[in-house]
Design a protein around this ligand. Structure first.
Ligand code: URP
Ligand code: ZN
Ligand code: ZN
Length: 479
């Protein structure tokens, strides 16, 4: 492992902004200070650049079977694209199958990632049923496997959807184990009825995907999940929040002391429902669940990030090619695979649309893109910050560089970019994972398989507890 000194950069964390040098040893941050003098293998000049902690993307779907096909990005292409975009940690969703041991699904997910990931990764685990076998497996999954977040789908009827009893029992089990429950919050039963009705009436175009999933059904499910979490005394994280109704439910629950957290995604901050009306079936490129909303919701989401009612930004990266995958839904919007390619552009979109446009501060940017997810998902302070003893996951960021987002230049393994033609200001120039360059001056220099699996810590009443082995960070740096 080489030693490195990053000099003269503007270091930005969730709380501070200052100019300093940063010494990297053993893959970790060993020293931060003014004019550090040290014998190192390499000195990197970061004058005029921001030095951010690597982004933590709490929501990805790599090589995931869904909608009769498999997502286009695997752990090699997906994590490479993530690194280009300034993300150095992802937490991917491990799907499970009813009636099969959870450990089989986890083993399958390890197989997808082993030898492929170029950055570090952890897993969330889907819970589709609760029975004696599941309850018997959960303690070792949380405590030994380090999977400390359990995901329940309240929608996707007859596919992933679980009932309220399953959700509530998952919450009770999670609370016992210090795990967090994550929900996809939409009322799947009512949506299923609306979809069948629309199809019977001959409505088959992509826009009907949005029209059959109204925001009130997201608000209703979010409120229901929050109330169940309050009753169970569990910690709840609502993924991909899209609308005012859901934000309101989260804000009200938080005011009542419920331990509930909310994530939104770049697509909901920047795009709106009108994209689904694009001609020649192009609207299919914009099919997410929950769907893109009318544009007034965007301001609500930005304000919720700014005020702290929503705390994180996930990419919900779930990429399908337009040709050969999205077109499975030609003539029936309900068969369009749900999801889109975002993993690469999450970080720069938040900076460009958020910081440059004055919607959030620079420190809030770091908190939303990295720190808060690391804290919530049991990775802090190993990940998500720049501090002595933390992993040297670093983004050297050029605040003036621009890029036109485009499928022609992105690194995601997919034939379109939902933000095609949008110029972002501010780009990751170089990205380091545990002290080694993965991207250097916009060129990939990483290695397949260099990414490590992250066992994550259960939460405690202190909320931000990190893995026990870095409780004394100075010890490891001194070695
Ligand atoms: O449309 C989406 N969001 N696809 C990914 C699966 C999910 O619901 O998160
Ligand atoms: Zn979802
Ligand atoms: Zn998702």
């Amino acid at each position: 492992m080489s030693t490195k000194l990053i000099k003269n950069g503007t270091i930005v964390t969730a709380s501070d902004t200052y100019t300093a040098d940063l010494l990297i040893k053993n893959g970790m941050i060993a020293q931060i200070g003014k004019e550090i003098e040290a014998e190192v293998d390499e000195i990197i000049d970061a004058s005029g650049k921001f030095v951010f902690p690597g982004g933590v993307d709490p929501h990805t779907h790599l090589e995931m079977p869904f909608g009769g096909t498999v997502t286009a990005d695997d752990f090699a292409t997906g994590t490479t694209a993530a690194a280009f975009g300034g993300t150095t940690t992802i937490v991917d969703f491990c799907l499970t199958t009813k009636g099969k041991p959870l450990s089989d699904s986890i083993a399958a997910w390890h197989k997808k990632a082993d030898g492929k990931a170029v950055i570090d990764y952890g897993f969330h685990l889907m819970i589709g049923e609760i029975n004696d076998e599941v309850l018997a497996e959960l303690p070792s999954i949380v405590k030994e496997e380090g999977i400390t977040s359990l995901k329940v789908f309240m929608a996707y009827k007859n596919v992933f959807q679980a009932d309220d009893g399953t959700l509530f029992r998952t919450m009770l089990a999670a609370k016992e184990l210090g795990a967090m429950v994550m929900v996809h919050a939409e009322n799947g039963d009512v949506i299923d009825f609306l979809i069948q009705k629309a199809l019977e009436e001959g409505h088959t175009d992509p826009i009907y995907h949005a029209l059959t999933r109204p925001s009130v059904l997201e608000g209703e499910a979010t409120g229901r999940a929050a109330k169940l979490a309050a009753l169970a005394g569990a910690r709840l994280y609502v993924v991909h929040v899209t609308c005012a109704e859901a934000v309101q439910q989260i804000a009200e629950a938080r005011l009542q002391g419920v331990d509930v957290w909310g994530e939104t995604c770049p697509q909901y901050l920047v795009l709106d429902q009108s994209c689904l009306e694009k001609p020649d079936f192009e609207g299919a490129k914009y099919v997410w669940s929950p769907p893109l909303r009318e544009s007034f919701h965007q301001e609500v989401l930005w304000n919720a990030l700014k005020s702290g009612q929503l705390q994180t930004l996930g990419s919900d990266h779930c990429s399908f090619n337009f040709d050969g995958q999205k077109d499975l839904g030609l003539g029936d919007f309900s068969k369009i695979p749900n999801g889109g390619p975002i993993i690469e552009d999450r970080f720069s979109l938040l900076y460009s649309e958020g910081v440059i446009k004055g919607r959030i501060t620079l420190n809030q940017f770091v908190d939303i893109a990295a720190t808060r997810s690391a804290k919530l998902f049991g990775l802090f302070p190993q990940k998500g910050t720049i501090a002595i003893g933390s992993d040297a996951d670093i983004v050297i960021f050029d605040p003036l560089a621009q890029r036109v987002l485009s499928a022609a230049s992105h690194h995601m393994n997919v034939d379109y970019n939902p933000f095609e033609g949008l110029t972002v200001t501010g780009l990751p120039e170089s990205v380091l994972s545990r002290g080694e360059f993965v991207v250097r001056e916009r060129q990939f220099v990483g290695a397949l398989g260099a990414g490590r699996y992250l066992k994550r810590a259960p939460y405690t009443s202190l909320n931000s507890a990190g893995p026990a082995e870095i409780a004394d960070p100075l010890e490891k740096v001194k070695q």
